[in-house]
Design a protein. Structure first.
Length: 88
């Protein structure tokens, strides 16, 4: 019985470690700029808006909303919002 419990604990720790490491962004994603992330993500579900379609201050709110819908990380969202704000 003791071996089963130890085996279960080891498997749980190993599985948790693998799960957490898979959530970290890869270097490829971390190296992408806002323009590339915008192009790859925004047009998946709809026609991507132009940079001047919204006021500069509106892009932050839109970015927060789309972060949830598109499954973006905080870093990816920040890059996209900064890119879109740079066009105004």
């Amino acid at each position: 019985m003791k071996k089963i419990i130890i085996t279960f604990i080891v498997c749980a720790i190993t599985g948790s470690g693998l799960l957490l490491s898979s959530c970290a962004p890869t270097k490829d994603i971390a190296d992408k700029g806002g323009a590339q992330l915008w192009g790859e993500n925004c047009s998946r579900c709809h026609n991507a808006p132009t940079m001047d379609q919204y006021a500069k201050e509106d892009w932050g709110i839109i970015g927060t909303h789309m972060k949830l819908k598109a499954g973006l990380t905080a870093q990816e969202t920040k890059k996209v919002v900064e890119y879109l704000q740079s066009g105004n």
